[in-house]
Design a protein around this ligand. Structure first.
Ligand SMILES: C[S@@+](CC[C@H](N)C(=O)[O-])C[C@H]1O[C@@H](n2cnc3c(N)ncnc32)[C@H](O)[C@@H]1O
Length: 365
C-alpha cells in the first residue's frame, strides 16, 4: 500500500503478507511522528529507531541514515523487503538488537511504544547509555493503548516528559533531559516448579508465570518412547524444550522462535550438544522429514493484533519437517477452533485433552 509524505511516495507492505486487508503496515502514530519531525524541522546526524515493525519510519527517514533496533526475524525481513521495494540503499542503515551495547552518542531517537512495558523499559535502558541531556526522544502510540505505566517508566529515564495533543487517535510523548540512569537488571525469573526458575529477558512471552496454556500442555505432553528428534516450535523462553529434556536427556531438541529476545532467553535455560537454536520466522531452513515430535504453544497475539494466519502457516510447514510416523502436538485457546484447519493438513487430528479454556491437539499423518 502506498503512502505519500512530502515528495516521497513509498509502497510499504506487511511481511508476512496477510489476507486481512484491514491490516496495514503503519498507523497514525507513525504519521504523527513524521509530521512532528517535519513541522519542527528536526535534523540530526544520528537517529535511532525502535519497534518500527515493517520499516515505515526507516523508509521515510532513510536520509537520516538511521540505526534500527531489530527485535525479530520477521521485522528484519519486512524492513529489508520495504527498503528494496522503494529502491532505498540499506548500506546507509545500521542494525542492532535490543541487547547490543550502543556506543555512538545519540542525538535523536524514535520509539513506537511496544505493548510490553518491560520491553519499553529495556529500550530506554539501552538508549540511556548513549543519550545526553540534549538528546530528544519521541515516542508514538495509539491513545487506546495508553497506560499510566508509560509515563512512570519514561520519568525513570527523563526529567522532561510531555505529551502531544491527540491526532487521529494517536499521541506523542516527547522526552528530553535524559537522566543518567544505568545498570538495571535485565533478566526476569519465572517459576516453573519448586526447584526451577526459568530466566528470560524483558518482552519475552509470559513473564509473570508460565503461561496457563503452556502449563496445561506440559501436563499432557505425548513424548513417545522413540521420539528422539524434537522441535519446540515458537519456543519463547524454551520452557517446553526444558521439560522435554528433563523427561529424556538424550533427545535432540531444536528451538525455533521469531523473537531475538526469546531465543537469547532460551539459551539461558537450556544448553548442551543436542540442543539447537533457530532464530527464524519459518521452517524453510529446518530439515525435512526429520522430526519425530513437534511441540508448540503457537503465537496468535502480535502486539495488539490477533492473527491466526502465522500459526496456520507454521502448521503447514511443520508437516514437511515431520517423519511419516511423527506428530505435532499443540495447545490453543478453544475459541480459535483449530481443528478444521489442522484437519486440512493432517489426516488424523486427535483431541488429547481440553478444559474450559484450552484444547490440546495431537496431529498425525
Ligand atoms: C504463545 S508464545 C509460546 C512461548 C513458549 N513456547 C511458551 O509456551 O511459553 C508464542 C511464541 O511464538 C513466537 N513467534 C511468533 N511468530 C513466530 C514465527 N513466525 N515463527 C516462530 N515463532 C514465532 C513468539 O515470539 C512467542 O515466543
Amino acid at each position: 500500500m502506498n503512502y505519500k509524505f512530502g515528495n516521497l511516495d513509498y509502497k510499504i507492505n506487511r511481511y508476512p503478507v496477510s489476507t486481512n486487508k484491514s491490516l496495514i503496515a503503519w498507523n497514525s502514530a507513525d504519521e504523527l511522528i513524521l509530521n512532528y519531525i517535519d513541522e519542527n524541522k528536526i535534523s540530526a546526524s544520528n537517529l535511532i529507531i525502535y519497534n518500527d515493525r515493517f520499516g515505515f519510519l526507516a523508509s521515510f527517514l532513510s536520509d537520516f541514515s538511521p540505526s534500527v533496533i531489530v527485535d525479530s526475524k520477521s521485522q528484519e525481513m519486512a524492513i529489508a523487503l520495504n527498503l528494496e521495494l522503494n529502491d532505498i540503499d540499506s548500506q546507509n542503515f545500521r542494525f542492532y538488537n535490543p541487547l547490543d551495547k550502543l556506543t555512538t552518542p545519540i542525538e535523536f531517537a524514535l520509539i513506537k511504544i511496544p505493548k510490553s512495558m518491560e520491553l519499553f523499559r529495556l529500550y530506554l535502558e539501552q538508549l540511556a547509555e548513549v543519550l545526553d541531556e540534549n538528546s530528544l526522544v519521541i515516542c508514538g502510540f495509539m491513545t487506546k493503548y495508553f497506560t499510566s505505566q508509560i509515563l512512570e517508566i519514561a520519568k525513570e529515564y527523563f526529567y522532561s516528559v510531555e505529551q502531544s495533543l491527540a491526532v487521529k487517535k494517536s499521541r506523542l510523548l516527547i522526552l528530553k533531559k535524559a537522566k543518567s540512569n544505568k545498570n538495571k537488571t535485565k533478566i526476569i525469573e519465572v517459576k516453573l516448579n519448586d526447584n526451577v526458575n526459568l530466566k528470560q529477558y524483558p518482552g519475552v512471552f509470559s513473564s509473570k508465570n508460565i503461561d496457563y496454556a503452556t502449563q496445561f500442555l506440559i501436563e499432557h505432553i505425548n513424548l513417545r518412547e522413540n521420539d528422539s528428534k524434537i522441535m519446540d516450535l515458537a519456543s519463547g523462553n524454551g520452557v517446553l524444550a526444558y521439560v522435554i529434556k528433563v523427561k529424556n536427556q538424550n533427545c535432540e531438541i531444536h528451538l525455533v522462535d521469531d523473537s531475538f529476545l526469546s531465543i537469547e532467553s532460551a539459551k539461558l535455560n537450556i544448553s548442551g550438544e543436542n540442543i539447537h537454536f533457530h532464530y527464524t520466522d519459518n521452517l524453510n531452513e529446518l530439515n525435512k522429514k526429520y522430526f519425530d515430535f513437534i511441540i508448540s504453544n503457537p503465537p496468535f497475539h502480535f502486539e495488539h493484533e490477533t492473527n491466526i494466519e502465522i500459526a496456520l502457516s507454521l502448521f503447514e510447514e511443520s508437516i514437511k519437517c515431520l517423519k511419516e510416523d511423527g506428530h505435532l502436538q499443540l495447545v490453543a485457546n478453544k475459541h480459535l477452533n483449530y481443528k478444521t484447519h489442522l484437519s486440512k493438513i493432517f489426516n488424523n487430528v486427535v483431541i488429547k485433552a481440553e478444559n474450559e479454556k484450552f484444547i490440546i491437539y495431537d496431529c498425525f499423518f
